[in-house]
Design a binder for this molecule. Sequence first.
Ligand code: KG4
Ligand code: ZN
Length: 340
Amino acid sequence: MATQNIYILAIESSCDDTAASVMLNGKILSNVVAGQSIHEAYGGVVPELASRAHQQNIVPVVQQALKRANVDKKQLSAIAFTRGPGLMGSLLVGTSFAKSMAYGLDIPLIDVNHMQAHILAHFIDEEGFNKPPFPFLAMTISGGHTQIVKVNSHFDMEVIGETIDDAVGEAFDKSGKILGLGYPAGPEIDKRAKLGNPKAYKFTKPKVEGLNFSFSGLKTAILYFIQKETKANPNFIEENLNDICASIQYTIIGILIDKLKLASKQTGINHIAIGGGVSANTGIRQALKDGEAKFGWTTYVPKFEFTTDNAAMIAIVGYLKFLDGDFAQQDITASSRLKI
Ligand code: KG4
Ligand code: ZN
């Protein structure tokens, strides 16, 4: 059988990272991400500033991705882009850019759902990483999303649980803000949690029916706890920071694992994959590993650079859709609330 070389250029601009990636037949040749440090000063993403930064970054990021891959734009087979969900002003930059480039090169345009991409990142060809067999459960955990998805095939996915308020990454970031940590606080809490006692303080887990999540109550509980303790001892945070971080992380991981256990029990599926920025967390990675021995799970954690927002995950979806001949028309628009 003659093999065709399929080169995909993928563009991701749904939130505060401008990213581009070049893929050849399912393998990543380059994966470029330009973060936006401007938001740190505000303790969260400012949409207006994000879209402006995307507009500044998009051309250099795409040029870098092609250069690092050593691919000329004339070799490209198709352009894939994130259509949604995300911030409208941010999505519009990547969408318009991808449409123009595909039109200019006269090659197919492929729209990608960002949430599907976090899950399908597991299908990037990468040495040492196994692809989950269908059906499997995928838990996407990041600053913008928290979902449990039953994945029946590449493009047949069912959301069986999701957050009813904050995302799990927000739970980390907002707790960090209460403790005076920088944004995003997840990595810092993770680092400190390793040095602290996870059972030093007890926070009540939210009572949410079924497979849905809620994190806003936990944030309030932490706020009240800190207010009460610092009233009695103004140095409470600095004297106990590692223990506080360890206890918060322990509570959050407990919530995630409880729901995964329930999802696995309800569906009878033991193959469990995670994705999204929070899957970088050492505690959740360990808890999943423990789940293999404790609950008979087989777990899948993608390579770190494919878990946070990136364009490699957009490229793999682009490639899979290219194989299906599933292309977008030039009148397609960004969709900030796109569902899986
Ligand atoms: O996927 P991502 O880069 O962007 C989106 O939100 O879509 O995820 C960012 C989130 C932030 O909330 C950040 O605090 C969290 O992932 N995060 C972590 C860790 N690394 C990143 N949370 C806990 N532990 C970590 N090691
Ligand atoms: Zn994301």
